[in-house]
Design a binder for this molecule. Structure first.
Ligand code: GLV
Ligand code: MN
Ligand code: MN
Length: 407
């Protein structure tokens, strides 16, 4: 029994319902392998059944709803996890719009199976494991990630098993049955708002690295240790953080961010003994990104050497720049042009997406929906109902077009 047509107001209401599934009251925080994410997943599983999809969980905790048909599988979806204190729509919108599309085509014969994926870990906000959920479908989960620990010292493998996943089941072959992957996502930037258009298509997704850079000096008494005798880990880190911003500004198209600093022992009257600093660097061109990262490594070493501070660089994650499939992108742009009546912008996404992993096994296409002020990874994240309606319309018309062609 299919529920009434799922349209933009209901999509927004569902995003609101998901926002109430959170680890931290008053904030939207839904990290991998937490009860909050399980609650969100349960809600989505119910909505999947309403949309005529049969939900299942895989070893890493992705929720996948399937409509069985003969032939290959068209996969739609996005992620359900969030950053800490994130917004309502990053990831969640794509999952719920995918359900709306599944409903649109529920009564129509399809020459392919349809799946909607709600990925369990795209942000990597708990274990620094960006794209872990979709990596399972691409058959490329890095087994070393299982040993990673969160800030409370919990091992990823233990967290996953306690959450109902199966850490021994992550070494699986890539999905070979996929016909394509389509992801709808908020833009998370200002381009569509500036162009005054509801949606745009993604041509490529920027490559990125994440690293943890640890500066280790000597903790000492703040009142008695002369300035010249200090090995202050935090001043070395601070000098380098300034350099990260400078290199980001000097290199066209580069974004370089320090988002986390952990200082030990962390007291007003103690010279810091260690500072662990996160780094995130992205660029559409991989060579430019590599060159910038090499420069940053040298600058970290120099900032440490000037103070007798040791610097250890640990790379947590790297993905190359990924092009979306040109044919799928052209068709998506065609559908978007028909729905909006204008030629929609083509963008390079600075944000990472599950499509990065899916591109290893199937053609991927992505549609961006305009978001207010380009704000994302923030509670103020907002989308307009009409734009969401356009997003549903465009995605559904692409699926219908693919279905017509394959009949
Ligand atoms: C995910 O949103 C990322 O780009 O970090
Ligand atoms: Mn995000
Ligand atoms: Mn996202």
């Amino acid at each position: 029994m299919i529920a009434p047509m799922l349209e933009a107001p209901t999509v927004l209401q569902r995003c609101e319902d998901l926002a109430r599934c959170t680890e931290e009251p008053g904030r939207i925080t839904r990290r991998f392998a937490t009860p909050a994410l399980a609650r969100a997943r349960d809600l989505v599983a119910g909505w999947m059944r309403e949309a005529g999809l049969e939900p299942r969980l895989d070893a890493v905790g992705n929720l996948i709803g399937r409509r069985e048909e003969s032939g290959q599988t068209l996969l739609l979806g996005s992620h359900l996890d969030t950053v800490r204190d994130g917004g309502r729509y990053d990831g969640a919108l794509g999952v719920i719009v995918a359900l709306a599309v599944a409903e649109r085509v529920a009564q129509r014969e399809l020459p392919f199976a349809l799946e909607v994926a709600a990925f369990a870990d795209e942000e990597g906000a708990r274990f620094d494991t960006a794209f872990l959920g979709s990596a399972l479908l691409a058959g490329c989960v890095n087994s070393r990630w299982l040993e990673r620990r969160d800030r409370d010292g919990v091992r990823l493998a233990d967290a996953l098993d306690a959450w109902g996943g199966d850490s021994s089941g992550l070494d699986v072959p890539p999905r070979r049955d996929l016909l394509g992957y389509l992801e709808v996502h908020i833009e998370q930037g200002p381009v569509l708002e500036e162009a005054d258009v509801a949606v745009g298509v993604v041509e490529s997704i920027a490559g990125q690295i994440r690293a943890s850079v640890t500066f280790t000096g000597t903790a000492a008494h703040a009142g008695t240790t002369p300035m010249g005798a200090r090995r202050d880990a935090l001043t070395a880190a601070a000098e380098w953080i300034g350099a990260v911003e400078r290199v980001g500004r000097e290199t066209a198209g580069l974004v370089a961010t320090v988002g986390e600093v952990e200082v030990e022992p962390g007291a007003a009257n103690v010279v810091p003994g260690s500072a662990a600093v996160s780094l995130d660097v992205r660029h559409a061109d991989d060579d430019t990104r590599h060159a910038a990262v090499e420069r940053l490594r040298a600058l970290a070493t120099a900032a440490g050497a000037a103070r007798g501070v040791e610097v250890v660089w640990a790379q947590a994650h790297e993905t190359a720049s990924v092009p979306c499939d040109p044919r799928l992108t052209a068709r998506l742009a065609g559908c978007a042009g028909t729905v909006t009546g204008v030629e929609v912008p083509r963008l390079c996404s600075g944000a990472g997406h599950d499509a990065v992993m899916l591109a290893k096994v199937t053609p991927v296409g992505m549609l961006f929906v305009r978001c207010a002020g380009g704000i994302s990874h923030h509670p103020a994240e907002a989308v307009a109902e009409e734009d969401v309606g356009v997003g549903i319309e465009v995605a559904a018309s692409l699926v219908e077009e693919l279905a017509r062609e394959r009949v």
